[in-house]
Write a protein that binds this ligand. Structure first.
Ligand SMILES: Cc1cc2nc3c(=O)[nH]c(=O)nc-3n(C[C@H](O)[C@H](O)[C@H](O)COP(=O)(O)OP(=O)(O)OC[C@H]3O[C@@H](n4cnc5c(N)ncnc54)[C@H](O)[C@@H]3O)c2cc1C
Ligand code: SF4
Length: 496
């Protein structure tokens, strides 16, 4: 299939928009406007670089896409948004070309729109409820809410229009935030706005959480996250990196010894799960977390600037079918692997990865070995990976997750030659904070238990994001950050 160039898409949009009188559009005319495809880098070129795959709408494209919105009075899209952005209102402004007004509406509810516009699973959230998609019986024909959000957020940033909120007068209260992912960033901003002194403690040498060490540059440019962090610092938030709470300092010491009035724990779910099969200790086996961290945070893709090299691979198998697996596979391809397989024991229909990410991976030549799962990893006398012993699977009745249960086919063993295996079957929370904090209640997966205001079992300690929800999403982490910040602000206001 030929890949339309960004120029073609922009040209088509400009020509179409020139024929439209927005004031005369009836609902059926709006629904007849074609979905504006996201311009992307050519697949053959982009596998040779780390730059962003999606290059963004043009002005004409964003206006056309916004004109597809019916401005539904009941706005069902809003119920699909975890932070309840006023979607019709920001789209209406975008349709008028008032991009500054549009981003102002989004920012009433969301702190990180340039990030959410890129990485939120909109097809499972706001766009799933969109009347246009429902009427056309195809969620892919819903109004592209995320792409419009991305455009107006980029417009604000690129035109230096970002307005920093002015923090309230100093209250003399101090709040510590553990972890600088989307949950921690959101709490830090909202608590700082109320006039409290805020310090973020981050274990890594760079702040940003998964947005920096997990999600690759080609999906989320790190400069965007860096700018959000700079904005926090401009608001007066202090960030201390290389600070591992639980080792550098105990969680409760932050309150008992350092005098913080409240602590928010947003330490994420960074502990990779393994398959517990033979051969997982061989050289050439990585967790997706380690592989992506080496590439993203340690810049292994840029050998001139990387301080640590990454394993050179020719044939890679990525085990798993989620977004993280797609990120690992596409990263391996960019790092020079000649062949990359996604090995997944169900079919594409059951894959948890976003349809868009699966499509991008396919365009980039990733092979999908479906209905297969490894029995063991095979190595040579030097302890290096040489292959995978696979079993073929078939699908049975749906299991508790609602997906059809994969069942191994006896005697179906086969060997796949690979030199690298990347395990991407999910993450748990790191047990360090739990182990070093007496009285902190967690569930059986090690996630911190909180109430509806994100209060933990220990007074003054709040928690949110993946450490509470398990591996979830950026927007859900942000949403919990908002809730926790409000609870902290209310608590500290009572003590004034
Ligand atoms: C590869 C990958 C791709 C993903 N893609 C998407 C996507 O496309 N869309 C989406 O919505 N979500 C995606 N997610 C999930 C999303 O990134 C997370 O749900 C989100 O980042 C969780 O935010 P958080 O703030 O809770 O934690 P995190 O982002 O994990 O941040 C936690 C931070 O806490 C720090 N930390 C941990 N322990 C300590 C400690 N003891 N002391 C100090 N600091 C500590 C960590 O170093 C980290 O920086 C992806 C996840 C991964 C791994
Ligand atoms: S549901 Fe779709 S068409 Fe209706 S207001 Fe929301 S985005 Fe617009």
């Amino acid at each position: 299939m030929s890949h339309p160039t960004p120029e073609q898409l922009r040209e088509d949009a400009a020509q179409l928009l020139a024929t439209i009188d927005p004031s005369a559009l009836k609902p059926r005319d709006r629904m007849a406007i074609p979905v504006q495809e996201m311009p992307t880098q050519d697949p053959d070129q982009r596998v040779c670089n780390m730059e962003e795959v999606a290059v963004g709408y043009s002005r004409e494209q964003v206006i056309l896409e916004s004109l597809r919105c019916l401005q539904c009075k009941n706005a069902p899209c809003i119920q699909g948004c975890p932070v309840s952005i006023n979607i019709p209102k920001f789209i209406e402004k975008a349709a008028e070309g008032d991009f500054e007004g549009s981003i102002a509406v989004i920012k009433e509810s969301s702190l990180l729109p340039a990030i959410c516009g890129r990485v939120c699973p909109q097809e499972a959230q706001c766009q799933l409820y969109c009347t246009v998609g429902k009427s056309l019986r195809d969620v892919e024909k819903s109004v592209s809410i995320g792409r419009i959000e991305r455009y107006v957020a980029d417009y604000e940033r690129e035109n230096h229009l970002v307005k920093m909120p002015e923090p309230a007068a100093p209250t003399g209260k101090r709040v510590a935030v553990v972890g600088s992912g989307p949950a921690g960033i959101t709490v830090a901003a909202d608590v700082r706005k109320a006039g409290h002194d805020v310090t973020i403690y981050e274990a890594f040498h760079k702040p940003g959480g998964v947005m920096v060490y997990g999600i690759p540059e080609f999906r989320l440019p790190k400069s965007i996250v860096a700018e959000e962090i700079e904005n926090l610092e401009k608001m007066g938030v202090t960030i201390e990196t290389n600070f591992l709470v639980g080792r550098t300092r105990k969680l409760t010491d932050l309150i008992d010894k350092d005098g913080y009035d409240a602590v928010f724990v947003g330490s994420g779910a960074g502990l990779p799960k393994f398959m517990k099969i033979e051969g997982e200790n061989l050289i050439g086996v990585f967790s997706a977390n380690e592989y992506l961290t080496r590439s993203n945070l340690m810049k292994a893709y840029d050998p001139e600037h990387a301080s640590t090299p990454i394993y050179e691979s020719k044939i890679v198998a990525v085990l798993g079918g989620g977004n993280v697996a797609m990120d690992a596979a596409r990263t391996a391809k960019r790092l020079g692997a000649q062949k990359v397989y996604i090995v997944y024991r169900r079919t594409e229909k059951e894959m948890p990865a976003r349809v868009e990410e699966v499509g991008h991976a396919k365009e980039e030549g990733i092979d999908f070995l479906l209905l297969h799962s490894p029995k063991k990893i095979i190595g040579n006398e030097k302890g290096r990976v040489t292959g995978l012993e696979l079993l073929a699977y078939e699908l049975g009745e749906p299991d508790a997750s609602g997906r059809r249960r994969p069942m191994a086919i006896e005697g179906s063993e086969s060997i796949l030659e690979v030199d690298t295996v990347i395990v991407s079957i999910g993450n748990d929370s790191n047990p360090l904070i739990k182990k070093t904090t007496a009285g902190l209640e967690t569930n059986k997966w090690g996630n911190i238990i909180v109430d509806e205001q994100c209060r933990s079992s220990i007074d003054r300690i709040f928690a949110g994001g993946d450490i509470v929800l398990g591996a979830a999403t950026v927007i859900l982490a942000m949403g919990q950050g908002r809730t926790a910040a409000q609870a902290i602000n209310e608590r500290l206001a009572q003590e004034n």
